[in-house]
Design a protein around this ligand. Structure first.
Ligand code: NDP
Length: 230
């Protein structure tokens, strides 16, 4: 049985991925900040015996390392860093909130690297050997024609850079690393006007991950498998 470890599993795209992988017979190690209020995950746990739920705030590195240690004999095929935040909305040039920016960088950039550090040993034991992060097309500099969104855009651009470097370090160990754009998805972050459902996004992302090969490691793809320019 294949095993997925995922962050931010309690709602949005993360929750849809948990459900999809469970339905397709995977064992899922689902982490979220506050399991005690993750009702949707507990409902799934009633249905699927291969779901385990763990507490993890991705910026709490001691908690992350303890969790990784407690799972140290567990082969993991796929780790998905899904947790992410947008930060302040409506920010315009001239009004930069430094503390908020630092926090977004911590969640969206530093935490995914720490997660890769904590779980690369588990990936080495697994067969799938894939570390994926949910990035965003708005982190693409080529696609940035409108400007603005300094905080979120810069965090996802930096995350893409982390993915590129990770692929250099991890591919020699057989581990593929990839940055994925989930589409514009109807979630708390994506909002009600977004173009696709969490189910459509999750299905697309899973297909891209199912078909991922080594030559794609260090790359940036959308949920339909199309390469996105840096
Ligand atoms: P949501 O806002 O719906 O969910 C975000 C998830 O991240 C929640 O589970 C949240 O947990 C979790 N999270 C936030 N901070 C932390 C933290 N410090 N530790 C652990 N978990 C945390 O977002 P989406 O589902 O829409 O987005 C998922 C990913 O996809 C993100 O990385 C996002 O940037 C990316 N993305 C989304 C797009 C969209 O259109 N929706 C487009 C492009 C990229 P909690 O409930 O505790 O806050």
């Amino acid at each position: 049985m294949n095993t997925l470890f995922i962050t931010g599993a309690n709602r949005g795209i993360g929750l849809a991925l948990v459900k999809l992988y469970l339905e397709q017979g995977w064992r899922v190690l689902a982490s979220c900040r506050t399991p005690q209020s993750a009702e949707a995950l507990w409902q799934l746990e009633q249905q699927f015996s291969h779901l385990q739920i763990f507490a993890l705030d991705v910026t709490q590195y001691e908690q992350m390392n303890k969790l990784a240690k407690s799972l140290s004999e567990t082969p993991i095929d796929l780790v998905i860093n899904n947790a992410g935040i947008y930060g302040p909305k409506g920010y315009a040039f001239g009004d930069c909130d430094v503390e908020q920016w630092k926090h977004v960088m911590e969640v969206n950039v530093i935490a995914p690297l720490k997660l890769a550090e904590a779980f690369s040993a588990h990936l080495k034991l697994g067969e799938g050997k894939t570390f994926a992060v949910l990035s965003s097309k708005v982190g693409s500099m080529t696609n940035n024609t409108k400007g603005g969104g300094y905080i979120y855009r810069s965090s996802k651009a930096a995350l893409n850079s982390v993915v590129k470097s990770l692929s250099n370090d991890l591919l020699p160990e057989g581990i593929k690393t990839v940055a994925l754009h989930p589409g514009w998805v109807k979630t708390d972050m994506g909002g009600p006007n977004a173009l696709i459902s969490v189910e459509e996004s999750a299905h697309g992302l899973k297909q891209v991950l199912d078909e991922l090969h080594e030559a794609q490691s260090g790359g940036f793809y959308d949920y339909q498998g199309l390469a996105i320019p840096w």
